[in-house]
Design a protein around this ligand. Sequence first.
Ligand SMILES: [Zn+2]
Ligand SMILES: [Zn+2]
Length: 335
Amino acid sequence: MSEIRRDLVKQNWVAVASDRALKPNDFPIAKRDLGKAAAGGFCPFCAGNESFTPPEVAVYRPDNTEANSGGWTIRTIPNKFSAFELEGELVESQKGIYNTYNGLGKHEVVIETPEHGVEFHEFDQERVYKILTMLKQRYNDLARDERIKYIQIYKNRGMFGGASLEHSHSQIVALPFVPRENEGLPQYYASKGTCLICDMVQQECTEKERVIWETEDFVLICPYASRFSYEAWIIPRRHTEHFGQINEQEMDSLAHILLTYTRAMIDCLQDPSYNFVINTAPVNVDHQSGYHWYIEVTPRLLVQAAVEVATGIYINPVAPEISAQMLKESLSKLI
Ligand SMILES: [Zn+2]
Ligand SMILES: [Zn+2]
């Protein structure tokens, strides 16, 4: 049984898998390498090993192939090590001063390729387009469950990015509550009556100090208060609250931008660990204006230090004005 516990001091939530314990050796950071070597040469995400994963919930495969067999191009499965399982109704319980929810939610893994060792930046644009299409499809599908209030899509690459398996994949967590992470957006809207992200795009495109790339549909910037060195945001120009509302033209354009930018970033920063996170509006809650979806790309060049863990204040040794210039230079070799 998993639980979602309230952190009363930091006013946030923590998902705790209360029925299984990982031993110190099970954590990827303790291992020298990821993936096949660390798992004794076996990878459950590789083609041919479908029977070692839970049954697929969505898949792109030719019509003449059987479910949960080889032949697929992209495959989505439940995360079997997840702290979330969608069962029954949301129950809140109180133990003295503490409160907890049952581990209600969903956690899925999108296996981006049947091939081991081919990474996201090595894919062709058609595959990136299909991965984004799969993510949109899962987003809209999960949003249909009214118990789900927030859907977080992310990708961890490399040991410092938190990846526990080397085989290229992204993940989707569907939560029964709205995390506090993006509260600045509805608050800004409530006080100014405009969208913070739209206002940000306007100011950044005028100043051009932190702009990496401007295209017809998207703007790439290093945000003013970047938490991580070389952090970049990919923002759709069209004001859209939900990632699930992305249209065909934007999807085409995003596949090109995301792939090209990732290649430039990998070249500029010499093959770093990184995370992608799609920030989007809550679902199945009373409408709150001011959300505008965007993608955060955060290279993980340093391990989070005590000051960040303790205070929540990030220390970024590279000014975003400088990182934008460097990323722009690497990008100019590719476009
Ligand atoms: Zn594999
Ligand atoms: Zn907006």
